[in-house]
Design a protein around this ligand. Structure first.
Ligand code: SOE
Length: 369
C-alpha cells in the first residue's frame, strides 16, 4: 500500500494496516519531499515520494490510502483509480456532492476496490445491533435518534482547514462527524433517510488561527436535524463540536415496537437493550454472546483500551479482503463502506445544508443509487 496525505488520520490508517500484518507499507507522499521524508521517518512508513503522482507510478503500490484534506480527495482518488490502484479514502469521500458522484461513478466503472473509512461500523457491538435489528429482535423500528458531540472546537483559538469552505467543503460539523452518525444510522437499521429538516448554527463566528489571523466562520459548528426514514421511521440527531466535556461522544439509539438498542462510542463494549415488559439488559462484548457477524470483529477482550483502533482495523481488514477477492460487487464484505456509501453520505449532508438554507424546511434526499 501507499499513503497520500500523512496528517492526523494517516497514523490510524497505517496502524490499522500494521495490525493486519500481511500488507507491505511501500511509502508515502505529502505536500513536498521534505514533509514526506519527515513523516515517513516519524510514522515508519517506508519511502518518501516527491509527490503523489510518483507514488501512483510505482508498480509496487497496488492500494492507495487517501488521507489528504477534503479538498484534495477528488484529485488524488481519481488519479489513483485512473492509475489502476484500489483506493481506501478517509471520509468524506469528497468536498461536494458533484465530486462525490464523479468519484463513485469512476470507481464503479473501474472494477477496482473503493472504500470510505466510516470506521465506526467496525465496532463489534455496532454489528451486533445491526444483526439484532435485521433478525427482528426489537420488532419494527419506529424511532432512530442520537448525537455526535465533541468539544475540540470550543475555544475560539481552535482553527482548522476543516472550517475553511475552500478546503473543508461547505459543511463543518455535519460533513466531518454528522456524516459518521448518518452512515451508522442507515447501516445499523437497514433503513434509508428520505427527508431531513435541519437547523444549523455557527456558535463561534470568528476564530483566531495559530498565526494570529482572524477567520470569519460561515460553516456550522452545531446542528439539530429531524429525519424521516423509508418505511415510516422517524428520527433526530444533534451534532456539535463546541460542546464542553464531550470528547468523541457518538450515540445511536433505535426504538422498535418490541425493544430498544442503544450504543455509545465512549462506552463501546456495551450495548444497552431496553424492554417495556421485562428488565432492561446490557450486552457486553463477550464473543460467546454475539451474533457471528459481530463475533468476527471481536478480536480484543472486552474493555480493552484499544477498541477504537481495533474497530478501524476491522474496516481496513474488510477492505483488503475485498481487494484480494477481486473487488467484485458480490464479494464485498457486508459491513464494508464503499464510494457508494460515501456518495450517499454527501447527498444527505447536502440535503441538510439545503434544508437550513431554505429556512428550515423538509428537504427530500436524492437517492440515485
Ligand atoms: C474530528 O472531528 C474527528 O477527527 C473526525 O474528523 C473523525 O472522522 C472522527 O472519527 C473523530 O473526530
Amino acid at each position: 500500500m501507499g499513503l497520500v496525505g500523512p496528517g492526523f488520520i494517516a497514523a490510524h490508517h497505517l496502524d490499522a494496516v500494521r495490525r493486519l500484518g500481511d500488507v507491505e507499507i511501500v511509502g508515502i507522499a505529502g505536500s513536498s519531499l521534505d514533509s514526506a521524508t519527515r513523516r515517513a521517518r516519524e510514522l515508519n512508513a517506508g519511502k518518501a515520494y516527491a509527490n503523489y503522482r510518483d507514488l501512483l507510478a510505482d508498480p509496487a503500490v497496488h492500494v492507495v490510502h487517501n488521507t489528504t484534506p477534503n479538498y484534495l480527495h477528488r484529485e488524488v482518488s481519481l488519479a489513483a483509480l485512473r492509475a489502476g490502484k484500489h483506493v481506501i479514502s478517509d471520509k468524506p469521500l469528497a468536498a461536494s456532492v458533484q465530486e462525490a458522484r464523479e468519484l463513485y461513478e469512476a470507481a464503479r466503472d473501474a472494477n477496482l476496490g473503493h472504500v470510505v473509512t466510516f470506521n465506526y461500523r467496525g465496532y463489534p457491538l455496532v454489528q451486533q445491533a445491526r444483526a439484532m435489528i435485521a433478525k427482528g429482535d426489537i420488532g419494527q423500528s419506529v424511532f432512530v435518534h442520537g448525537c455526535y458531540l465533541q468539544d475540540w472546537l470550543t475555544d475560539e483559538r481552535a482553527y482548522t482547514w476543516r472550517l475553511d469552505p475552500k478546503l473543508g467543503g461547505a459543511s463543518s460539523a455535519l460533513g466531518d462527524i454528522g456524516s459518521h452518525w448518518c452512515d451508522l444510522a442507515e447501516h445499523v437499521t437497514g433503513a434509508r433517510i428520505t427527508a431531513v429538516l435541519a437547523d444549523l448554527q455557527t456558535v463561534v463566528p470568528q476564530r483566531e488561527g495559530a498565526d494570529g489571523t482572524r477567520h470569519d466562520i460561515t460553516s456550522e459548528d452545531l446542528a439539530s436535524v429531524l429525519l424521516r426514514f423509508d418505511n415510516g421511521v422517524r428520527g433526530c440527531v444533534t451534532v456539535g463540536q463546541v460542546l464542553p466535556g464531550h470528547k468523541n461522544d457518538l450515540r445511536l439509539e433505535v426504538n422498535g415496537r418490541d425493544g430498544s438498542l442503544a450504543w455509545r462510542q465512549e462506552q463501546p463494549n456495551e450495548l444497552w437493550i431496553g424492554h417495556h415488559a421485562k428488565a432492561n439488559a446490557v450486552l457486553t462484548r463477550d464473543p460467546s454472546l454475539l451474533d457471528p457477524s459481530a463475533r468476527a470483529y471481536a478480536h480484543l477482550p472486552a474493555g480493552h483500551p484499544e477498541a477504537w483502533a481495533d474497530a478501524f482495523r476491522n474496516v481496513i481488514a474488510d477492505a483488503y479482503t475485498w481487494i484480494r477477492s477481486g473487488a467484485k460487487p458480490d464479494t464485498k464484505p457486508d459491513a464494508l463502506p464503499t464510494f457508494a456509501h460515501g456518495y450517499r453520505n454527501s447527498l444527505l449532508v447536502d440535503a441538510m445544508l439545503t434544508s437550513h438554507a431554505a429556512g428550515g424546511v423538509w428537504q427530500t434526499v436524492d437517492d440515485p443509487l
